[in-house]
Design a protein around this ligand. Structure first.
Ligand code: ZN
Length: 442
């Protein structure tokens, strides 16, 4: 044990002979000793011990070295001990080599700034980050290298921890390292506090009661400028909710997508709305209701959104993945070039029962999407004749199947198709999604 103490004392004397250090910065260098102590108390304790054993140190060291150590200790009692031994060292205030004696001030000042700033936002947890100037980092690295220090706490870590501890106590909330609501970045390079509000993800679903509504804003170039191809988009309608959460922007992450001319009925399509930079983030019943009526208003009732709960960011990728495995039910209104016989409809119902469909990327989307072959299952089809050349089909199938091509065959690129099994040219007049059987698990 005594050997360890000698090691520590020797190292302290070696360092303090060369550079002045404040209590905190000295304490950090020995952070492996007395875990749980604050660096300030640890540094002060080391300085106290050195002062206590000064009479013994003086016997072993050159008096000039003793004077240098005493000057760099930044601890007046040591000068008094030396004075009684007839060694006179003049007290000169030397700034700390690492922090220039600013560390205490930085911790208090930024704690105050964060507490003031926190009044502008709702958050349940937080994280403190620190951006340290490179000259301080290289000073730290010099010390580690020159004095062969193996365990050490960086100044960055100390500021984060000390400020974080104060915020936690004052606001009675916990720091969160994985997915914090808000990050307070102490920017010591530019001497300012940066506030980074993390997005809020709300799971829900949407219904589209009209046609010619795109999922996201669809812009086309008319030779002069961009203009909207369709007046309404789901994502644009969702912007109406940013005011409820005092956010900057809403981004839609949906589980799949229906065509512009396809309605989304029934229970709706699962989605996650990402609100960027929300000042309010508590999911209150009245806020969700207000958000829902804002969307309905903005779309004149053509788009209905239902918001359910806050979810984690990871779920965004998951609902997009899940969409491939959804079971979907469609209603298609089909026009035939020639008269439809009851036997045609029977044949469609018989053949399209748990059958695997091979489908190349439809011709109509080839410009935007790679030409790939996909295989999707049609579970069941039920038909109803409307008039002699129009029938309705209720189609239950795997997510990702292009239903218009299941009807018309896309010149053989989808096989089998309704058209190919009855040998008639067919066209899908109307298409609606009636149900998507999946719910977002939070
Ligand atoms: Zn310091």
């Amino acid at each position: 044990m005594s050997e360890k103490l000698v090691d520590i004392v020797t190292k302290v004397l070696e360092i303090c002979k060369e550079i002045p250090l404040c209590d905190r910065c000295l304490g950090r260098i020995f952070s492996a000793y007395g875990v749980g102590l604050s660096n300030k108390l640890r540094g002060l304790s080391i300085k106290t011990i050195i002062t206590m054993i000064m009479p013994y140190i003086v016997k072993e060291l050159d008096v000039e070295d003793v004077k240098k150590i005493a000057e760099n200790m930044k601890f007046p009692p040591i000068l008094e001990v030396l004075r009684r031994m007839n060694i006179h060292v003049e007290y000169v205030e030397k700034p700390c080599y690492i922090c220039s004696d600013l560390l205490d001030h930085i911790i208090e000042e930024y704690t105050r700034k964060i507490l003031k700033e926190s009044l502008n936002y709702e958050f349940e947890n937080f994280l403190v980050g620190v951006h340290v100037p490179s000259e301080i980092i290289s000073k730290e690295e010099n010390i580690l290298r020159e004095f062969r220090i193996e365990t050490y706490e960086s100044i960055k870590n100390e500021i984060k921890r000390e400020v974080g501890k104060r915020i936690k106590e004052k606001l009675d909330i916990e720091p969160e390292f994985q997915e914090p609501d808000i990050v307070f970045l102490i920017n010591l390079v530019e001497n300012k506090l940066d506030v980074n509000i993390k997005p809020l993800f709300i799971a829900g679903r949407y219904l589209k009661l009209g046609r010619r509504i795109s999922q996201i804003k669809w812009l086309v170039w008319n030779g002069m400028k961009y203009r909207l191809k369709y007046d309404l988009s789901i994502e644009e309608c969702l912007q109406a909710i940013v005011v409820v959460f005092k956010a900057e922007k809403a981004v839609l992450h949906a589980a799949g997508r229906e065509d512009v001319d396809v309605r989304m009925l029934g229970y709706g399509r699962p989605m996650i709305v990402e609100l960027r930079k929300p000042r309010l983030r508590k999911i209150l019943e009245e806020r969700l209701r207000a958000a829902q009526s804002k969307v309905s208003e903005a779309s004149k009732g053509y788009v209905l959104a239902f918001f359910e709960k806050k979810v984690s960011r990871n779920l965004v990728r998951e609902i997009k993945e899940q969409a491939k495995n959804h079971v979907k039910t469609y209603r298609a209104l089909v026009l035939s070039e020639s008269m439809i016989r009851n036997s045609d409809l029977k044949r469609i119902e018989n053949i399209f029962s748990n059958i695997l469909i091979s489908q190349r990327t439809p011709t109509r989307v080839l410009r935007r999407r790679p030409d790939v072959l996909r295989e999707k299952i049609v579970y069941k089809v039920a038909t109803r004749k409307i008039c002699e050349n129009i029938f309705e089909a209720i189609i239950r199938c795997q997510g990702g199947l292009y239903v218009k091509e299941l009807v018309n065959g896309d010149q053989g690129r989808t096989s089998p198709s309704f058209s190919s099994v009855i040998g008639k040219n067919l066209k899908c007049l109307e298409l609606d999604v009636l149900s998507i059987s999946a719910s977002i698990q939070g």
